[in-house]
Design a protein around this ligand. Structure first.
Ligand code: BGC
Length: 721
């Protein structure tokens, strides 16, 4: 596959990097391996000058803005003996200034192209702000919503996450030969198995079998590498006892030798020093020896490499060859970025912030990513005159919450609130915005007062969920219920007898089981971004028909987690027939809403489904064809999902796995013929030698609306040859 890491531009960049490398002193080489944050500027002016003059800085993080980055770049290059521009990096996760839906939300669009577009727009703004490198996408599989960082990734499924990983990489880096203007290099993180932290507790150990590691957690990284990702970030956690940041097997044997990664690896912030806390390294020098030796090329952040690599080299614990290899990969990326030709950015470029095109994309994406969970027909709202609007997310101070985590560079003040969006969309309606709802405990009298006032309207819209700081890094939670008294508030609103449209904005799946059968509609809007209110209004009024589908199971109760659809088959599958099954006694067997689930204002029918054959060779391909018809009253988009189960294999296989999907828009009454390809290679799994194998045998296939839909099932066989 063509990408920036195997292009002609890459080859030329490497040659130039090689020539430059030969001119560098040891100090300058090691300087290229060192990244610094704001702190280098704080007080120690001498240190700053020394570092610049000695060439001890290769990259900066979280320094932003054209003026600032240009100024620092100029100082750095003027002072260095050999001028080498720094790469400015930051966490551009779902936008720079204009904010798009969080990645978990984006994945619910089931439209990787949408993510490519959002990433490209984010890159364009970030580039204008002086950045060249984003610490994204996060491609960690997350099966446990207690883990707050579930909001930064693309959900629980490896196939889907891999598709989005590749799209995000392409979006950030561009489709050309080299990233160039308006693009950033991508950094896939957190390598590896960070999402497998036990109990969903951030930074916790990941104890995963080698087979699961290779089959579930690593493929999204491989997909991003195949799309040309130039950098990878090592994770904080240990994987089966070896910290990811000192894990030679992962960073060298797998990443480079097996996956063919040619870029460079940066540690996560402080992760090298944390090897001491892990009890894996004696002191900073030992930590550097282990991390660098394992394959961490660049240190985020500080002087540990500058201070320790020279001595380690002298002692023979690291080699000049290893140092040269790391420096070469960093310099190559700098040349590839065109940094030597144009180390500065045009301050006028910042005009692109919040440009109409990006705002329109934010609005579109916000609507594409929301998932309609319940609707008794109240939505879309038609001819409603009096609307009550309440809930903590309608509070004017709640603007940042609608953006979600990792929006440090955004401007919350630019967020369109739900109130503003609704008022613009339905100017003739009376919208009574009822204050007083909070994320914390509310007294019963306060709730009663809100409900009494809301009861005077025809429809009640309640916007509840999480503050943005409740998910994201260090945002792990032991309880997935709505915080404070929000649940009581929604139930009190339902008790008024007025129809309640409940909007849920959060960075993770929340437990919403008490609302089933009570609310008239339930719309999970995630954290939609700058245009939040407009996106929501488009959905509520039917200007846009919801088409989002879940990419992570919504548990019935917190105690069910981790609950994910593609779990291995047990010897006691649960179907409620008897006691001795694999299930909990005190809650339903399945989740509240399964992976793949999402409703629409219209309905779709699948018909004339056929398989190209009921047998395929281990290197063959199956075509699944069907007709999709929009049978309802509204135009809308369907998401056709293809699941497979390997019925008998030499290892226990998941009960079901997503192997393909197609999103298609159909006007009311329209039909379309759809074809999905299933290459036999997609049926491979990792055997005990950690090789991907396609085993002959019987398979089941479903063409489905979600992972629990088994109406259209077919059998097929993979033959011996
Ligand atoms: C996070 C990374 C992030 C880095 C730099 C760390 O704490 O784990 O995801 O890229 O900070 O901001």
């Amino acid at each position: 596959m063509d990408n920036i890491m195997n292009s002609r531009a890459y080859k030329a960049a490497r040659e130039k990097a090689q020539a430059l490398l030969e001119k560098l002193t040891l100090t300058e080489k090691i300087g290229q391996l060192s990244q610094f944050g704001n702190s280098i500027y704080s007080s120690d002016e001498k240190k700053y000058e020394d570092h610049f003059r000695e060439g001890k800085v290769g990259s900066f993080l979280t320094l932003r803005g054209a003026e600032k980055t240009n100024r620092i770049q100029r100082d750095l290059m003027n002072m260095q003996r050999t001028p080498i521009p720094a790469i400015f990096a930051d966490d551009v996760i779902h936008g720079y200034r204009t904010t798009f839906p969080t990645p978990i939300a984006q994945s619910c669009s089931w439209d990787p192209e949408l993510t490519a577009r959002c990433s490209a727009a984010a890159a364009k703004e970030a580039y204008a702000g002086g950045l060249k490198w984003t610490f994204g996408p996060m491609v960690d599989i997350a099966r446990d919503p207690r883990w707050g960082r579930i909001m930064e990734g693309f959900g629980e499924d490896t196939y889907l996450c891999s598709r989005f990983a590749a799209a995000a990489v392409r979006g950030f880096q561009g489709d050309g030969d080299a990233p160039g203007k308006d693009h950033l290099i991508a950094c896939m993180k957190h390598y590896a198995a960070y999402g497998a932290c036990v109990g969903g507790r951030d930074y916790n150990t990941a104890d995963v079998s080698p087979e699961t590691l290779h089959e579930v957690y690593l493929p999204p990284f491989k997909a991003g590498i195949d799309a040309g990702a130039a950098t990878v970030m090592s994770a904080f956690n240990d994987v089966n006892g070896v910290p990811a940041t000192a894990n030679r097997y992962l960073l060298t044997d797998v990443l480079r030798d097996r996956f063919g990664f040619k870029g460079f690896v940066v540690s996560d912030a402080g992760a090298v020093g944390e090897l001491i806390n892990h009890g894996f390294a004696e002191d900073p020098k030992d930590a550097v020896c282990k991390a660098f030796g394992a394959g961490v090329d660049m240190l985020m952040a500080g002087d540990m490499y500058n201070d320790n690599l020279p001595a380690l080299l002298e002692e023979g614990k690291v080699t000049m060859e290893e140092i040269d290899r790391s420096v070469l990969s960093i310099l190559t990326v700098k040349y590839l970025l065109g940094l030597f030709d144009e180390p500065f950015v045009d301050p006028d470029g910042e005009k692109v912030f919040f440009c109409d095109e990006h705002l329109a994309l934010s609005r579109e994406a916000g609507a594409q990513c929301a998932v309609l969970l319940e609707n008794d027909g109240i939505l879309p709202l038609k001819g409603v005159e009096n609307i009550a609007l309440t809930g903590p997310l309608t509070h004017p101070c709640g603007k940042a919450h609608l953006l979600g985590g990792w929006c440090g560079i955004a401007d919350p003040e630019r967020t369109v609130t739900i109130e503003e969006g609704l008022k613009a969309a339905i100017p003739d309606a009376n919208i009574d915005v009822i204050p007083g709802a909070t994320f914390v405990h509310m007294e019963p009298e306060e709730i009663a007062a809100i409900a009494a006032r809301a009861a005077r309207s025809d429809v009640i819209i309640a916007a509840v969920g999480e503050e943005n700081g409740m998910a994201g890094e260090a945002g792990s939670k032991s309880d997935l219920e709505l915080c404070g008294s929000q649940e009581e508030l929604v139930l009190a609103l339902c008790a008024t007898g007025r129809p309640v449209v409940c909007l849920v904005s959060a960075g993770r799946p929340l437990v919403l089981s008490k609302f089933k059968g009570k609310v008239a509609a339930l719309l999970n809007i995630w954290q939609p971004g700058t245009e939040a209110g407009n996106s929501v209004a488009d959905l509520l009024t039917g200007k846009v028909n919801p088409s989002g589908h879940l990419t992570t199971s919504f548990p019935y109760t917190t105690g069910q987690v981790p609950i994910y659809y593609n779990h291995p088959s047990t010897g006691r599958p649960a179907d409620g027939h008897w006691r001795f099954e694999s299930k909990y006694m005190d809650c339903p067997i399945g989740p509240l809403y399964p992976f793949g689930y999402g409703r629409s204002y219209t309905t779709f029918e699948y018909s004339d489904i056929s398989l190209s054959s009921d047998k395929i060779a281990p290197d063959g391909e199956l075509k699944v064809r069907l007709t999709v018809t929009n049978t309802g009253e509204y135009d809308g988009a369907a998401v056709v999902q293809l699941y497979v189960r390997d019925l008998v294999a030499s290892r226990v296989r998941p009960v079901k796995e997503l192997k393909g999907f197609k999103k298609l828009f159909l006007t009311r009454g329209a039909s379309s013929r759809v074809e999905l390809s299933l290459p036999a290679s997609g049926l491979a799994f990792v055997d005990s030698k950690l090789e991907w194998v396609v085993e002959p045998g019987r398979f089941k296939l479903w063409v489905a609306e979600d992972s629990a839909d088994e109406r259209c099932g077919f059998d097929f066989t993979v033959t011996n040859s």
